[in-house]
Design a protein around this ligand. Structure first.
Ligand SMILES: Nc1ncnc2c1ncn2[C@@H]1O[C@H](COP(=O)(O)OP(=O)(O)OP(=O)(O)O)[C@@H](O)[C@H]1O
Ligand SMILES: [Mg+2]
Length: 298
């Protein structure tokens, strides 16, 4: 089998399970029901599709995660792939990560050709060799909504790339039941409706609620506490609840970055992170939300 990582469009190929992905899955704090739903759908893909005719249940083997930036979609997708391999107690699973931007080309017809080759050769070959999970990050790049395209602003090539993705998904669904695509998008309205219709599950990953914000903040402070001991204590300080409440409206990535901003709010804490106070975090969370709302007004 040729080296998948040198195939055009494949950014990374790895065998599962992978312990670093277990840690990633655990680090994403979200309603347990969401994680359970994802694992169940991914498992069903591999238990049902190989043995049930598509005329009975027309599964395509595609899960789509949509939601605002920084809510953990890509992390969940990678973690889910790993959890699925773990559930089957198998060392045969592989995870392929696709880089959509390496497929899109300004040259006429090139994108369509690259997409077709990736799906019909590299992915099909991997799936023929064992259970395969493919991460299609930023899927709106490859399966762009054709109805919203002006042919002047968007080259016809992109139109054809979407057509190619759909044709290939149908072909792979028919020929390779041990294949699962996990796609993500920040712009569900920019994804072609025919792609979404082929998805077996479309799940919205929301911004964290107050309880989840508190857990993300706590996780971040505890993690920093491993290196800078006193920071861990902030998670049990009196101002912690207020700090968590100030995080509501921020995504998980923004909450973790906000803690870094709090550390960078003075030369003293930048040099001595253990001096961070809960007040610094409350101020940084307020500032992050302010930046976000003024950004939204622009
Ligand atoms: N619910 C969450 N719980 C804990 N950490 C989170 C959560 N959501 C995001 N993060 C943090 O943000 C980082 C970025 O997450 P990730 O890249 O998976 O988000 P994404 O939804 O794919 O973003 P984008 O839409 O911009 O691609 C993660 O590594 C994690 O540290
Ligand atoms: Mg992402």
């Amino acid at each position: 089998m040729r080296d998948l990582e040198t195939s055009k469009g494949i950014q990374r190929a790895r065998r599962l399970p992978d312990p670093s992905l277990s840690a990633l899955w655990e680090s994403i704090i979200i309603d347990k029901a969401v994680k359970d739903r994802l694992v169940a759908q991914a498992m069903l893909n591999f238990t049902l599709r190989p043995v049930v005719d598509r005329a009975v249940i027309p599964l395509h083997g595609v899960i789509l995660l949509v939601g605002p930036p920084g809510t953990g979609k890509t992390s969940l997708a990678r973690g889910l792939a790993n959890r699925t391999a773990q559930s089957f107690k198998s060392n045969d699973f592989r995870l392929l990560e696709i880089d959509p931007h390496s497929l899109t080309s300004s040259a006429m017809g090139k994108t369509q050709k690259a997409v077709s080759e990736l799906f019909s050769q590299s992915i099909a070959e991997a799936a023929a060799n064992g259970p395969t999970i493919v991460l299609l990050d930023e899927v709106e790049t490859l399966a762009a909504d054709r109805s919203k395209m002006s042919l002047e602003a968007n080259p016809i090539d992109i139109h054809r790339a979407t057509d190619a993705v759909l044709v290939q998904l149908d072909a792979l669904a028919e020929a390779h039941p041990n294949l699962l695509f996990i796609a993500t998008s920040n712009f569900p309205e920019a994804v072609d409706a025919a792609f979404t219709s082929r998805c077996d599950l479309v799940l919205t990953i929301p911004l964290p609620d107050k309880e989840a914000c508190g857990r993300i903040l706590r996780d971040c402070l505890t993690g920093l506490g491993n290196t800078f001991g006193p920071i861990a204590k902030l998670a049990n300080s009196t101002g912690f609840d207020q700090a968590a409440a100030e995080c509501v409206g921020l995504d998980g990535r923004a909450i973790r970055k906000m803690v870094a901003n709090a550390l960078a709010s003075s030369l003293d804490t930048a040099m001595h992170p253990e001096k961070l106070a809960i007040g610094d975090i409350i101020a940084a969370a307020k500032a992050a939300k302010q930046d976000r709302s003024s950004g939204a007004r622009k």
